[in-house]
Design a protein around this ligand. Sequence first.
Ligand code: S3P
Ligand code: PEP
Length: 422
Amino acid sequence: MIVRVSQTGPVDAAFPAPPSKSYTHRALIAGALATGRTRIEGPLRAADTELTARGLEALGVQLEWLPGEIAVAGCGGTFPAPGEVTIDCGNSGTTLRLLTSSALLSQHPVVLTGSSRMLERPVGPLAGALRALGGDVAFVGEPGFPPIRISGRLRGGRTAIDGSISSQFVSSILMAAPYAEEDVELTLPATPASRSYLDVTADVMLGFGAQIERRGYEWFRVESGRAYRGRDYRVEGDYSSASYLFAVAAVCGGRVTVTGLNPTSVQGDRRFLDALEAMGCRVTAGADAVTVERTGDLEGIEIDMSSSPDTVQTLAAVAATAGSPTTITGTAHLQYKESDRVGVTADTLRRMGAGVEVTEDSLTVTPAPLHGVAVDPHDDHRTAMAFAVLGLAVGGMAIRDPECVEKSFPGFWEALYGEGLL
Ligand SMILES: O=C(O)C1=C[C@@H](OP(=O)(O)O)[C@@H](O)[C@H](O)C1
Ligand SMILES: C=C(OP(=O)(O)O)C(=O)O
């Protein structure tokens, strides 16, 4: 299938925010490990969160998707899998990385595998740290990459972990740590990539009753034996998904309101709004809704997005419509995602007519007259959504395999269609 995107004028639209993917993954894992029952209210039902749910079911957890909620029967810290299981984590890095440490809480070995792209996404630093904490993580194929076979136990203790490729390595150990035999102490020698996701992890862990001490993003200590307690847990809206909707106002002019967003959220992609404001948009945040409005021209900016990786492509798309160049730094780890995102973004923007310069850790977009092109997102939802939005400003855009948005934002095309934008 192909979605064709035509040019549209200034907009006046309102959308509900899709629920947060990161919070849903974590609430599923905390609820599954907890003592007692959990109701996850307003979860994201998308390909990736279903993969986490199915993975937990394979580990013996009972859960049920009901309208607007998930009911999870907590297993009290030991997964009752009947024997060795293999879990296909598809294209979801969060599923594979976050389940890696918790898999040590199964009585039997667990094999984690995924799509062909997933087998190219690193897990080496996580495996190394888990070995130091008592686990046995074997690489079934290429060293440092999935598939991995996890056995042994989570003894706990102290170790260092390098999170410069992915914060998910650190989140993985933190989420399982309350069930280690001893306290877990993690030292991070370098600032982790996507550090804001460690705040999301800590937020969910504290919400489920765990105890964490931390010094910024350098050092974390989780108390052993402070089990998660099952509870009713409401999932907040997703700032990464909302970025595409806000970007519609930024590139087309007019205004877009997104409801269901937490104004004090720790999600790093909230910073995307600071970027739009610095470029010349008006951003107003209420108790539960954010409005982005553009009446004049946009100016380019310089911004560090190392903690907001999932909105780099949205920002690059907006930057191509501004009046001066934009430099986004902190982009090095985007090469490890569903695609080499900086490479794909640079290539597509150049084909559209923009000037793009790439260094190891930055992307500079120099605006120029743009024309639409055909985009093959190579199964990367964020490429499809970012360039669809830019297509609304430029016209003549064709997005192939649009169903890849199922990964995080299954209603994306319907949302645009519903507002008369497609
Ligand atoms: O922990 C999470 O929920 C995520 C962490 C980030 O990944 P990295 O830490 O690998 O950059 C982000 O890109 C991903 O979409 C979700
Ligand atoms: C990188 C992403 O997800 P994951 O790492 O879970 O595949 C994403 O959603 O952009």
